[in-house]
Design a protein around this ligand. Structure first.
Ligand SMILES: N[C@@H](CCC(=O)N[C@@H](CS)C(=O)NCC(=O)O)C(=O)O
Length: 210
């Protein structure tokens, strides 16, 4: 059965490929699984039909027959994992690391101007938020070293980490870590990434008339 995912009808990221359906699209492309997309508006995301799929009224979701999933990590972890049990557990660990340890300070930096834009202390807080991210980048860079991927072959753990690091584009942080910058570039060079990116961009272009 062809699964259906949900994505923004009009993504606020202006076609940068950061909306989290990109993670799911990329994973599905990696495993060669065709999928359908249900586009949702911000308004529709908060209505009961979508809330039945996603209790927080967000994207992405994943439907396959009776199975309905939300949370990009949960959706992706259904595929793209090594078959050997220990390698599989380690790939899942890296997914959690991306989502629980690396992404939170990045999202905090991202959201600060929107939620604290009117606060007099925001200007002082931004360097502090960036320092917190740099701590994680130091650690991640040390662990990755000269390796191509985080643990052997490319896995869902790398997919998630690359997508999380991409959220720092324009902040001038990843660029200070040549091995991390190269790691992100390797992820983006994968044919499955390109297909997923182009598919998401096509939706944005259609919505913006471009
Ligand atoms: N932890 C969730 C986060 C989902 C999320 O933040 N989705 C954003 C788009 S990338 C969204 O739907 N934002 C609209 C909203 O929260 O109203 C996941 O990884 O799937």
């Amino acid at each position: 059965m062809t699964p259906t995912i949900t994505a923004f009808e009009a993504s606020p990221d202006q076609g940068q490929g950061l909306a989290r359906d990109m993670r799911v699209r990329w994973a599905l492309e990696e495993v060669g699984q065709p999928y359908e997309v249900r586009l949702v508006s911000f308004k529709a995301m908060k209505l009961s039909a979508h809330l039945a799929r996603h209790p927080y009224g967000q994207i992405p979701t994943y439907e396959e027959g009776d199975l309905v999933l939300f949370e990009s990590g949960s959706i992706i972890h259904a595929g793209l994992l090594p078959s050997e049990a220990n390698a599989r557990a380690r790939a899942i660990t890296w997914m959690f690391a991306a989502l629980n340890t690396v992404e939170p300070p990045i999202v905090e930096l991202e959201q600060a101007p929107f939620v604290e834009g009117d606060k007099p202390w925001l200007e002082e807080r931004i360097p502090m938020l960036k320092d917190r991210i740099r701590v994680r980048m130091d650690q991640l860079s040390n662990r990755l070293g000269d390796a191509e991927w985080l643990d052997g072959d490319f896995s869902a753990g790398d997919l998630m980490m690359v997508m999380v690091l991409r959220r720092l584009e324009g902040d001038g942080i990843v660029e200070d870590y040549p091995n991390l910058a190269a790691y992100v570039a390797r992820g983006q060079a994968r044919p499955a990434y390109r297909r997923a990116y182009d598919a998401q961009l096509a939706v944005f272009k259609a919505a913006s008339g471009g």
